[in-house]
Design a protein around this ligand. Structure first.
Ligand code: 5GP
Ligand code: MG
Length: 183
């Protein structure tokens, strides 16, 4: 029996399973390692959605990086509220260092755009790049594009691997779509 079987039973479809995600993280990590080797790096992961992605990706990165977490949110239920809220927590100094932003999913792009603008306005980092695990093919897109993308997915509301529905399903190891009657 799978330890998260009862959560999996709530899915009508699995889009990405554990091994598919793991293989993609291997290649993303080598891409990032080649890019940042020899450069002082700060990774800022957007909470809460990117905690699993950040944890799995960074454990594949053999670089002397510093990791920090920034809490932002725009979603309520299954739709973006359009307003990006920041919960400022102290972040490491970015002076003379390269910044890599990590997020779980790019939908409209508004979140990533707001966060990029925030760090651009600080004008401290040597460079700012972003990496998202998922990017939706959606007509709603109007914000930032990510520099590195794990997977392009259809325009569906997905859960698992850090992504929630009303704060549930984050610990599901796969990424999938909930059964209609649960939403
Ligand atoms: P954006 O600002 O790009 O429209 O939305 C990005 C944020 O919305 C993501 O960081 C994520 O927290 C949330 N989000 C967007 N699409 C989904 C989705 O399909 N499922 C879940 N659980 N969250 C999503
Ligand atoms: Mg998020």
């Amino acid at each position: 029996m799978n330890p998260t079987q009862s959560l999996r039973d709530d899915l009508k479809a699995v889009l990405l399973d554990e091994s598919t995600i793991a293989r993609r993280l291997d290649t993303l990590a080598s891409e990032l390692a080649a890019l940042y080797r020899g450069k002082p790096l700060v990774v800022v992961a957007l909470m809460n959605g990117s905690y699993v992605f950040a944890s799995d990706l960074l454990r594949r990165l053999d670089l002397p990086l510093e990791v920090a977490f920034l809490r932002v949110f725009s979603y309520s239920g299954t739709a973006s509220s359009g307003t990006i809220c920041f919960h400022e927590s102290p972040l490491p100094s970015l002076n003379g260092r390269h910044l890599l932003l990590l997020d779980d999913i790019l939908d409209t792009g508004a979140t990533l755009q707001a966060v990029c603008r925030h760090f651009e306005a600080l004008a401290e980092a040597e460079s700012i790049r972003s990496c998202v695990l998922l990017r939706k093919r959606t007509p709603r897109h109007h914000g930032a594009l990510a520099d590195h993308v794990g997977f392009e997915i259809e325009d569906l509301f997905v859960v698992g691997y850090g992504l929630d529905y009303c704060d549930r399903y984050r610990q599901l190891p796969v990424i999938g779509v909930l059964r209609d009657e649960l939403i």
